[in-house]
Ligand binder design. Structure first.
Ligand SMILES: NC(=O)c1ccc[n+]([C@@H]2O[C@H](COP(=O)([O-])OP(=O)(O)OC[C@H]3O[C@@H](n4cnc5c(N)ncnc54)[C@H](O)[C@@H]3O)[C@@H](O)[C@H]2O)c1
Length: 358
């Protein structure tokens, strides 16, 4: 199948693009490199640099049959400080994409939704039917896209799947040996931050150890990015015209902050010093997904444990050969081999190598 991966130069999109290529799909990545890296586009995928708004229509017209839509801004704090950016990019950009799809009669889409649509849930594990009360413009913009998808399915015959990720972690090796992993800036996720602290010899801050959990620290649900990618491939095969399905993605168990640090200690073989500071406002004690629905509908199961997530993320961190504090956007990852951002087998590789927009 010819598929478009928006945001395929980012963390999750690059891993899913790599799996799609491995599964024999023809993959085009559209990414504006605002937080992504050209060097993360996996070998065998065609790369087009551009925004959803400016380039979606042109890219779709190239025989695309389905879209996997990862492109978004996803920093909760930034969204509170600059909500317009989030509404414009996440909702506005997606509406431009959906309109272009409608024009071209491309109706299959898998969307990266998020646990942030639930806000502070009343209970865990969180089920898909639980109330959606986002507490940030980021979560609200994602929920608005979910709502738009329901409408596009009902009115225009789209077949859509929204996957609501909780915490994604780990890394995956592309076919050429390059590690694809997390390098957000700023990095807000626990595992890469703990590993960065290890490489930089810093102490790790724990925000509160007086929660009603076994060791007093917050519990979150993590899944390996490779398991997440597997869910996307299953979802792609499950899109039905007129139907919008929503699935949570987590492992259903959850790990405490201290458990995560302990596993990082094991995989790195280094001591990790910690400081306990006060709780952060709005941090629920436990946030865990029920993935029962996707297990029963699509047969998906998380198969990689926390140790695999930390070990693969550590491989990625070491492959980068430096801290995760690198700048965002545009350049190849420092300390990692660059492919010039371009799938060697892509027929359009030479024009993209020159950085042309399409
Ligand atoms: N990482 C997580 O734990 C997590 C959890 C829940 C949901 N999500 C969602 O998953 C998706 C991918 O997250 P990620 O962690 O890989 O983020 P990321 O920032 O690494 O990747 C996003 C990519 O989209 C690109 N992009 C952003 N806006 C664009 C636009 N208008 N046009 C073209 N490209 C654009 C960026 O350059 C980047 O490469 C996002 O939609 C995010 O909201 C992520």
């Amino acid at each position: 199948m010819r598929v478009l991966v928006t945001g395929g130069a980012g963390y999750i999109g690059s891993v899913v693009a790599a799996q799609l290529v491995a599964a024999g799909h023809e993959v085009t990545v559209l990414d504006d490199l605002s937080t992504g890296f050209a060097g993360a586009v996996p070998p065998g995928a065609t790369f087009v640099k551009g925004t959803l708004r400016d380039c979606a229509a042109e890219v779709l017209s190239d025989g695309i049959e389905a879209v996997l839509h990862f492109a978004a801004k996803s920093l909760v704090g930034e969204s509170v400080a600059d909500p317009a950016k989030y509404w414009s990019n996440n909702l506005g950009g997606t509406l431009a994409l959906l309109d272009a799809m409608r024009e071209m009669r491309i109706r299959t889409i898998i969307f990266s939704s998020t646990a942030a649509v639930y806000g502070e849930p009343e209970r865990t594990p969180v089920e898909e039917t639980d109330p959606t009360r986002p507490t940030s413009p980021y979560g609200a913009s994602k929920l608005a896209v979910d709502t738009a998808l329901t409408e596009f399915c009902r009115l225009y015959g789209f077949g859509a799947v929204s996957l609501r990720y909780f915490n994604v972690a780990g890394a995956q090796q592309a076919a050429d040996g390059t590690w694809l992993g997390e390098r957000h800036n700023p990095e807000t996720h626990l595992i890469p931050n703990v590993l960065a602290a290890v490489t930089e010899g810093r102490r790790v801050q724990i925000f509160g150890d007086d929660y009603p959990t076994p060791d007093g620290t917050c519990i979150r649900d993590y899944i390996h990015v490779t398991d997440l990618a597997d869910a996307h491939l299953r979802a792609l095969g499950a899109c039905r015209p007129g139907q919008h399905s929503v699935y949570n993605l987590g492992n259903g168990a959850g790990f405490s902050v201290r458990e995560v640090i302990e596993v990082c200690r094991e995989v790195t073989g280094r001591d990790i010093a910690t400081d306990v500071t006060g709780r952060r406002a709005g941090d629920p004690a436990v946030l865990v997904a029920s993935s029962a629905k996707i297990q029963s509908d699509l047969g998906w199961r998380a198969s990689r444990d926390l140790r695999a997530m930390a070990a693969d993320a550590w491989q990625f961190t070491q492959a980068r050969g430096h801290s995760l504090a690198g700048g965002s956007g545009g350049s190849s990852p420092r300390g990692m081999p660059s492919r010039g951002g371009l799938g060697g087998s892509s027929p359009r590789a030479s024009s993209e190598r020159a950085g042309q927009q399409r």
